[in-house]
Design a protein around this ligand. Structure first.
Ligand SMILES: NC(=O)c1ccc[n+]([C@@H]2O[C@H](COP(=O)([O-])OP(=O)(O)OC[C@H]3O[C@@H](n4cnc5c(N)ncnc54)[C@H](O)[C@@H]3O)[C@@H](O)[C@H]2O)c1
Length: 309
């Protein structure tokens, strides 16, 4: 089995590449290194520095590698940037996806795994924890719209060309190698500030909640998605809501810091609550989160501490 992982030099997918290689899959990585790092890419993976929007480059890679599975993680990941430049967001997140799907269907791909986002596709849901069946889906940013539209494209390719897909709607993913721009960016930001003796700023009252899932649990969801013959979108989260003040307190404890955070102005349009009901992933994929927040934060802080030394 050969898996082509896009975004495999980035935070989440570099861990996924490590896991697939450990399980004996052949893995190739496509990444333009816009936010990813060459050092994160497993030495046993074939690496292509290429942009998912580049039709010729992608065609050449697919002709050569003929992957069985695409595990698609390359993306414009910033909610804020998507608001500032929705055209760029759509170019990377939608046209990039279509380029992979159009090329892949011609070279015989058998499955697509897609990094969707349960943190953004539901918008400000009235039911929390939110299940996949929740309606209406009302993303609050172009990034959320592109994630949801991507799922619809995957549905189209499944119905029209028989290519199965698993869209994993992650909650807020944190862990070693994460960068400050993603959906759980606050964990990296607070960890780095406290480790460098700087004062973190909490936006508004800090009572906005998120569902923080540790990266190793997300990796397991990808491994299961590659193995199981299921199709559709699945929430990947813990079902536990944590607010920003609590995250700050936990990271302060992990870093053994005495620094007191400041409160800044609330960010316009920021989603207030987000938390996912992942019982369908349990039922259909056999997935359950295993790393609790305190343990996951300790592991993440240890990573950042090590980087500093
Ligand atoms: N971090 C989270 O909390 C979270 C939550 C939900 C969904 N996701 C999704 O998971 C995926 C991975 O996110 P991450 O947090 O690891 O971010 P990341 O920025 O670390 O990884 C993205 C990778 O994609 C690469 N990339 C970006 N644009 C590219 C392009 N045009 N061509 C080729 N490569 C390109 C980057 O260089 C980077 O290595 C993304 O699709 C993101 O939307 C992340």
């Amino acid at each position: 089995m050969k898996i082509l992982v896009t975004g495999g030099a980035g935070f989440i997918a570099s861990h996924i590449v490590d896991a697939f290689i450990a399980k004996g899959y052949e893995v190739c990585v496509v990444d333009n290194l816009s936010t990813g790092h060459r050092d994160f890419v497993n030495k046993n993976a074939v690496f292509y520095e290429a942009d998912i929007r580049d039709r010729k480059a992608i065609e050449k890679i697919f002709q050569r590698e003929k992957p069985d599975i695409i595990d698609h993680h390359a993306a414009q990941i910033s909610v804020r940037n998507s608001v500032d430049d929705p055209i760029n967001d759509a170019q990377v997140n939608l046209l990039g996806l279509l380029n992979l799907l159009e090329t892949g269907r011609k070279t015989g791909i058998k499955k697509v795994i897609f990094a969707s986002s349960g943190g953004v596709v539901y918008g400000e849901a009235k039911k929390v924890p939110t299940p996949e069946s929740y309606k209406p889906l009302q993303p609050l940013s172009p990034y959320g719209v592109s994630k949801l539209a991507s799922e619809y494209y995957l549905h189209f390719y499944h119905k029209t060309y028989g290519i199965p897909f698993v869209a994993l709607r992650y909650s807020n993913v944190y862990g070693p190698r994460q960068n400050p721009h993603g959906e759980a960016g606050v964990v990296a930001i607070f960890s780095l500030k406290l480790l460098y003796g700087q004062v973190p700023v909490i936006n508004g009252d800090g009572r906005q909640t998120r569902d923080y899932v540790y990266v190793a649990d997300v990796v397991k969801a990808n491994v299961l998605a590659a193995k199981k013959s299921v199709v559709g979108a699945f929430n990947i989260g813990t079902g536990k809501e944590t607010d920003v003040v609590k995250i700050y307190e936990k990271i302060r404890k992990s870093t053994d810091s005495q620094i007191v955070a400041k409160h800044g102005p609330a960010k316009d349009g920021e989603q207030k609550r987000s938390c996912l009901d992942a019982s369908m992933a349990d039922e259909k994929l056999g997935w359950e989160p295993q790393v609790d927040l305190s343990k996951g934060l300790d592991l993440t802080v240890a990573y950042f501490k090590n980087l500093r030394q």
